[in-house]
Design a protein around this ligand. Sequence first.
Ligand code: ADP
Length: 298
Amino acid sequence: MSLEIKNLEKAYKNGVKALDKVSLTIPKGMFGLLGPNGAGKSTLMRTVATLQSPDKGEIFFEGIDVLKDPMSLRRILGYLPQEFGVYPKVSGERLLNYFANLKGISSKSDRSKLIGEILELTNLTEVRKKYVSGYSGGMKQRFGIAQLLLNNPKLIIVDEPTAGLDPAERVRFLNILREIGSRNTVIFSTHIVEDVKDLCHEVAIMNGGRILHRKSPVNAVNAIDGRVWTTSIKSEDLDSTKEKHQILSSSYNRDDSINIRIYSENHPGGEFIPAKPQLDDVYFLILKEASETPTLTI
Ligand code: ADP
């Protein structure tokens, strides 16, 4: 049940190359597409969801040639865009019932069984009688998932689902995706490293329309073990430290000193001590190296 993306290219009319020979194999499970704003994530997801056409390339899913036969993909696709429409003053349960009817689930008992299961899975059972228009941002996101599950999709694409959610709601939402991902292919995009850390079997890092890196979070972190170092410096020394070292990230302390993490194959000298690498380090390193060597693909 893997999704095969081959050499996708897309340039917008304004000249922005949003997809630059993107090739990816995405297996069953949760797949995270990580990248900063403008990386090309939405373009890639909308293209896979058959909402826009690439200039070149191919996409296959379960024997379907997606670009040649978009209707077949749409039948098994669930797509949750970054922004979706205004919801009416109708309860969550009634609205799902309405959509299920539209989808042709004509037996009332089949509908209520399915909707009951979906409400349970998306943690909305308690608020099922409340108007969707009054749902919180997180509940609306979960309702979006509930809605697409009515289709029993095999491929689920969710664009930046955690943007704007508070931490508890974020975790709740991601856990729902994980549950769905145990049976299907779920791709979700995010600019938050934390989102993909524990949840995704695999992650691709994207920027400038290119896939820069693709590994499991664990392997990605292990690959830089022994090469991340940390120390605390005075804030006025930041510029000179930047010249000498490849800084991955920095954070201010209360006393105005700065904790820095750097990448170095060997001990960088001075006060540096080894740091346990994290996925953030991989992310910053990959983005940095790619911006310094524009043709690099790791
Ligand atoms: P992301 O989802 O990672 O933020 P996008 O796919 O939205 O990235 O955008 C990739 C690049 O393409 C950005 O530079 C963006 O400004 C540009 N872009 C996106 N959509 C359009 C469009 N319809 N017309 C022109 N440029 C676009």
